[in-house]
Design a protein around this ligand. Structure first.
Ligand code: CA
Ligand code: CA
Ligand code: CA
Length: 414
C-alpha cells in the first residue's frame, strides 16, 4: 500500500517520506585491482540527501562484503548491511558506510541535511491502525456501532475519537482488547526522557486519595518501529516494561478466548439484580480457567463487537495481577488500586509523569531490553482479567496521546 507522503517531492529535490535508497554503485570495475587503497566511490548528486526531522531514510547497499560499518559524524551506529537513518534534530550529518571485505572493500561517504518539516507536525495521534476490543459493557458504545458499520467505519470512528485533541474516550473492553495508533512522524526515543503521554479516565476515590485507589484499569503499552519502512504495523512489537513487569504476579504468556453469546444459554440474573445475565459471554484462558462477562442493568447494548463476524475472539500478552479490593465485603464497593508506573488508565490524567512513557523501557519477548531509536506504532491493551460485580469487567479506556518532543504552539517543551 502506498503511503501518502508529506509533499517533499518538489521543493527539496530528493526524498519522499520513506523513500528507499538503494546504493547502486556503478563503475565498480574501474576501481578493482588498480590500487591497494580502499576505493572511495563518488555517488554524484545522490551523495547529498535532504529529509525532514523525525522521518526515516533507509539504505540498502547493493554491494556485499564480509562486514559493514555505518558511521554518523564518525560514530559507529550499525554493523548491519541495511541502515535506517533517523534524526529528531535538524542539522547536517555525515554518513559513512564501510564495506569490509578482503577482495572488494569500499568506503562511501555522503551528507544528510535534516530540515524542519514543511507542514508542522501534530503532537497528537494522527492515525489509528487497529481497533480490536475484547467484549465489554462499553463496546459498541465507545465508539457507537450503528447499523451498517464495518470494521473500516469503526476504525474511522476510533480515529476521529482519539486523534488530535478530540478527546473522545474509547474503551478496549476486557483483558486483551487493544488499539494501535501512530503519529504523522516517528516518535523519537530521547534518551533519559519520557517520550509520549496517554490520557485515560482513571480517578482516585475521595476517601483515601493517598492510597491511589479508585478506578485504575491498567493498560499495557507496546511499541514498534517500522523497520521495513512500509508504513504498516507489521514489524516486531516490544512491551514497555512498567512497574509490574518483573513482578512474580505477572504472567507473560497469557492468552484468552471469548465466545459470542450462546443464544441457548440459560438467562440468569444475580441476587441483587445488578447483573441480568451472568452467563452472557464465556471466556477461557490458557491456564484452564473459565469465566463470564456478565451483562449488567446499566448497559443494555450487545457487548460482543458487532462488526466482528467470527464466533470467538482471542488475545494474548502479559497479564497483570488483579488490582481490585471489595472493601464493602458484599460486592457493593470496589476500589481498583493504581500500579506505581508504566500503564495507561492507571493514574488520573493530571499526574502527567505517571501517564508518560519512555521508549527505553522496551523489552523483547524474552524480557531483554531493546534500544529503539524511535517508534512508529503504539499499541495499548487491557492488562487485567478481572470482574467487579456491578462495576463489571475491568477495561482500559483512553482518549488522547501526545509526543512529548513536539513543541506545542506558544508553549515550547522544556
Ligand atoms: Ca526516551
Ligand atoms: Ca512495517
Ligand atoms: Ca477506565
Amino acid at each position: 500500500m502506498e503511503r501518502p507522503h508529506r509533499g517533499y517531492s518538489g521543493s527539496y529535490n530528493i526524498p519522499y517520506k520513506m523513500k528507499k535508497i538503494v546504493l547502486a554503485f556503478v563503475s565498480v570495475s574501474l576501481f578493482c585491482g588498480c590500487t591497494d587503497e580502499i576505493p572511495m566511490v563518488n555517488l554524484g548528486i545522490d551523495d547529498v540527501y535532504y529529509i525532514a526531522r523525525m522521518q526515516k531514510l533507509d539504505f540498502h547497499p547493493a554491494l556485499t562484503g564480509e562486514r559493514y560499518e555505518w558511521y554518523v559524524d564518525g560514530v559507529l551506529v550499525s554493523e548491519e548491511r541495511d541502515y535506517i537513518f533517523l534524526s529528531g534534530e535538524e542539522g547536517d550529518y555525515n554518513v559513512e558506510l564501510k564495506i569490509i571485505d578482503p577482495q572488494t572493500p569500499y568506503d562511501f561517504s555522503f551528507d544528510i541535511h535534516v530540515l524542519h518539516e514543511e507542514i508542522e507536525y501534530s503532537a497528537y495521534i494522527s492515525k489509528v491502525y487497529e481497533y480490536c476490543p475484547a467484549p465489554g459493557q462499553f463496546i459498541n458504545e465507545m465508539p457507537r456501532y450503528e447499523e451498517g458499520d464495518t470494521y473500516e467505519t469503526i476504525l474511522q470512528k476510533v480515529e476521529e475519537s482519539i486523534s488530535g485533541t478530540n478527546d473522545i474516550m474509547i474503551s478496549l473492553g476486557g483483558y486483551g482488547g487493544y488499539v494501535t495508533f501512530g503519529f504523522d512522524h516517528t516518535v523519537i526515543n530521547v534518551h533519559g526522557e519520557k517520550d509520549f503521554q496517554i490520557w485515560g479516565n482513571a480517578f482516585y476515590e475521595l476517601l483515601n486519595p493517598d492510597e491511589r485507589g479508585g478506578s485504575a484499569e491498567p493498560g499495557i503499552v507496546m511499541v514498534s518501529y517500522d523497520t521495513n519502512c512500509n508504513g504498516l504495523p507489521d514489524d516486531e512489537w516490544y512491551e514497555l516494561a512498567g512497574s509490574e513487569y518483573y513482578s512474580k504476579d505477572t504472567r507473560h504468556t497469557y492468552s484468552i478466548t471469548y465466545q459470542r453469546p450462546d443464544p441457548d444459554r440459560e438467562i440468569v440474573a444475580d441476587e441483587d439484580n445488578s447483573l441480568d445475565d451472568i452467563y452472557y459471554i464465556e471466556w477461557s484462558d490458557n491456564e484452564g480457567q473459565k469465566g463470564y462477562i456478565a451483562k449488567n442493568i446499566f448497559h443494555n447494548q450487545e457487548y460482543f463487537p458487532k462488526w466482528v463476524n467470527s464466533d470467538e475472539i482471542s488475545f494474548s500478552g502479559s497479564l497483570l495481577a488483579n488490582n481490585a479490593e471489595d472493601i464493602s465485603g458484599n460486592g457493593s464497593y470496589f476500589v481498583l488500586y493504581s500500579f506505581p508506573w508504566g500503564y495507561v488508565d492507571n493514574h488520573p490524567n493530571e499526574y502527567e509523569d505517571l501517564n508518560s512513557f519512555d521508549i527505553s523501557w522496551a523489552v523483547d519477548s524474552d524480557g531483554n531490553p531493546v534500544d529503539l531509536p524511535g517508534v512508529d506504532f503504539i499499541r495499548v491493551y487491557t492488562g487485567i482479567n478481572q470482574y467487579c460485580g456491578w462495576l463489571g469487567e475491568t477495561s482500559t479506556e483512553l482518549s488522547r496521546a501526545q509526543d512529548l518532543h513536539i513543541d506545542l504552539p506558544g508553549r515550547p517543551n522544556p
